[in-house]
Ligand binder design. Structure first.
Ligand SMILES: NC(=O)c1ccc[n+]([C@@H]2O[C@H](COP(=O)([O-])OP(=O)(O)OC[C@H]3O[C@@H](n4cnc5c(N)ncnc54)[C@H](O)[C@@H]3O)[C@@H](O)[C@H]2O)c1
Length: 305
């Protein structure tokens, strides 16, 4: 049954977008799905039976403020989930384009929301925005852009009263995660599911989160209300990549997966999830073994289709 909510999503055909759409439609929420890409492959993998009456697809580049504002005006959403961004490697390779999309696009979303009177923006920051290493600062341009986005959200609340919730997912894994440096975790699970060998190109301790849990958080927040520019971590559960490999072996006993010795530094303490819990309550996280087992099963089901 339709819920009366209509959520405008940017970056909708990407990994998280596909997971979030599939959770929103299960709740009867209408979705205005926007992206520069018209490749719906990930969503088709996750939700082959997508209810066509709940989702409309639109090509929309977040760097084009005019088109974005016109589409928001036309579709009159009750909330926005802003995901469109370039990832770490693309921001490193094409920094000006990265800034145009990850910062310029973010400003365009807040401007469009301000003009249309939308009082619910959920956007993705990242663990990369958090200070780390000897400089006690983000360690790459992507992190600097995400940190800037958090400050932009704060100023839009201060100057214009636009409420927002910035969420900082960490290493999210699940079917459809095929881009970005930390997609190696998902590639390892997929390789194990399909009987192939894979080496995760780093060793680290970090938060490894199942995409279904993260999508659940966005879907719940999309129909909630709050005031202020809130910012929240989305988990405080830390694992090592060795524990990831053990969980993969628990699901696939003959898995040929390993980790390279190169150490990847990642913040692994000081997480604050209170702001998110204030908005949606506590979301039960799937233990690593369960999320990995489900991902293995889904990859095998897709391979068999
Ligand atoms: N996946 C993770 O582990 C993770 C962790 C932390 C933060 N995030 C953030 O979450 C968001 C979604 O991540 P994802 O893993 O789904 O990434 P993704 O790369 O799969 O999806 C991003 C989408 O943005 C779209 N896009 C790129 N440029 C655009 C533009 N100019 N206009 C409109 N759309 C554009 C792409 O076509 C793509 O579909 C991103 O902001 C990312 O930085 C992801």
């Amino acid at each position: 049954m339709a819920s009366g909510d209509r959520i405008f999503i940017t970056g909708a055909t990407g990994f998280l977008g596909s997971w979030i759409i599939s959770r929103l439609v299960e709740r009867g929420v209408q979705v205005v799905a926007t992206d520069v890409s018209e490749d719906h492959r990930r969503l088709a993998l996750l939700k082959p039976d997508l209810p066509a009456d709940l989702v409309t697809f639109h090509r929309c580049d977040v760097t084009d403020a005019g088109i974005l504002e016109a589409l928001i005006e036309e579709t009159r959403p009750t909330g926005i989930i802003h995901l469109a961004a370039l990832q770490i490697p693309q921001c490193r390779e094409r920094p000006a384009l990265g800034a145009a999309i990850n910062i310029g696009g973010h400003i365009n979303i807040f401007e469009a929301a301000r003009k249309a009177g939308i009082d619910r923006i959920i956007y993705t920051s990242s663990i990369a925005a958090k200070p780390r290493g000897p400089a006690n600062a983000p360690s790459n341009l992507y992190g600097v852009f995400k940190k800037t986005d958090e400050e932009i959200a704060r100023i839009y609340w201060q100057d214009h009263g636009v409420p927002s919730l910035g969420l900082r997912p960490y290493v999210v894994y699940g079917v459809g995660r095929d881009d970005g440096e930390t997609s190696a975790i998902t590639r390892a699970i997929e390789a194990a599911a399909l009987g192939k060998a894979y080496e995760i190109p780093f060793t680290t301790r970090s938060c490894f989160q199942y995409a279904g849990d993260v999508a659940e958080m966005f879907a719940r927040a999309a129909v909630a209300s709050w005031s202020g520019a809130l910012l929240s971590d989305v988990t405080d559960t830390v694992h090592s990549t060795d524990e990831v490999v053990s969980a993969i072996r628990a699901a696939v006993p003959d898995a040929r997966v390993s980790c390279a010795e190169t150490v990847r530094i990642s913040p692994c303490d000081g997480f604050e999830t209170g702001a998110l819990e204030q908005v949606i309550g506590r979301v039960e996280e799937q233990p690593l073994q369960v999320g990995i087992r489900e991902t293995v099963a889904l990859y095998r089901e897709i391979a068999a289709r």
